[in-house]
Ligand binder design. Structure first.
Ligand code: GCO
Ligand code: CA
Length: 262
């Protein structure tokens, strides 16, 4: 039988979909047939995003809310459900990074990163799963993890702690909700060319050369490189995949790397 990757008739909510990887994944879902709801929290970014999607021929339903505020999340999801329809696919993509050495990291900043990158996916997933369970039609939850779900790096202690936690949250929610035919999985992007990595991607910057050397594929990822896996994990083709994180990293996690200069 031909595997079914078609998302027609499904409604997808992608958080943090006003730019970058979230936008690329959201477009891939919409182009595969999904009815697309996007979340953001900055009105001006949302306006620009709306224009971007519209110019790409994609119809979107934009909703502004803060994913770490459970009251706002509950109200907004209820609004989406009544105005657009029940959510079949949730992509927890909204996230934040702060690059500060651990010795200088302010605990309140550390908490803020954990709140956005780890607590928020919990809050949004819980609310969306409650509706999925009462509808009895299953669903898909996709958490956007990171290389930092597996590896440490100088300056990203809070981000790595949150993304490592998000991998385990993925496994745990997959465990609890598999019986409702809800598949919870993750995507772990490697190093991608987005605004988020712009400060470390400058030509001649040692980190830029380091990443290209460290990646067997020899390049930064393009946001479009994530489309296929997002569609796969959102579709019926992945109905027996529970609690996995699929890394899309050009081979970084497959290798120890190579000696300097080779
Ligand atoms: C860093 C961060 C991010 C990466 C990404 C890697 O190293 O500064 O990890 O910038 O984009 O999350 O998967
Ligand atoms: Ca080199």
């Amino acid at each position: 039988m031909k595997p079914n990757f078609d998302l027609k008739g499904k409604t997808a909510l992608v958080t943090g979909a006003t730019h970058g990887l979230g936008m690329a994944m959201a477009k891939a879902l919409a182009l595969s047939g999904a009815n697309l709801v996007i979340n953001g929290h900055t009105p001006s970014k949302m306006e620009a995003a709306f224009e971007n999607y519209t110019n790409a021929g994609i119809r979107v339903h934009p909703y502004l809310f803060n994913v770490s505020d459970e009251i706002a999340v509950n109200n907004s999801i209820s609004k989406i459900e009544s105005e657009v329809g029940p959510i079949d696919i949730l992509v927890n993509n909204a996230g934040l990074i702060q690059r500060t050495p651990a010795l200088e990291m302010n605990p309140s900043d550390f908490r803020k990163i954990i709140d956005i990158d780890l607590v928020s996916p919990f809050i949004v997933s819980q609310r969306v799963a409650k509706s999925m369970i009462s509808r009895k039609k299953g669903g898909k939850i996709i958490n956007i993890c990171s290389m930092m779900s597996e590896l440490g790096r100088d300056t990203v202690s809070a981000y790595a702690a949150a993304k490592g936690g998000l991998k385990m949250l993925t496994r745990n929610l997959a465990t609890e909700w598999a019986k409702y035919n809800i598949q919870v999985n993750g995507i772990g992007p490697g190093y991608f060319a987005t605004d988020q990595t712009a400060p470390i991607r400058v030509n001649g910057h040692p980190f830029n050369d380091f990443i290209i050397d460290r990646t067997p594929a020899g390049r930064w990822g393009n946001p479009e490189d994530l489309g296929g896996v997002a569609v796969f994990l959102a579709s019926e083709a992945s109905n027996f995949i529970n609690g996995q994180v699929i890394y899309v990293d050009g081979g970084i996690l497959a290798t120890i790397g190579k000696p300097h200069g080779e």
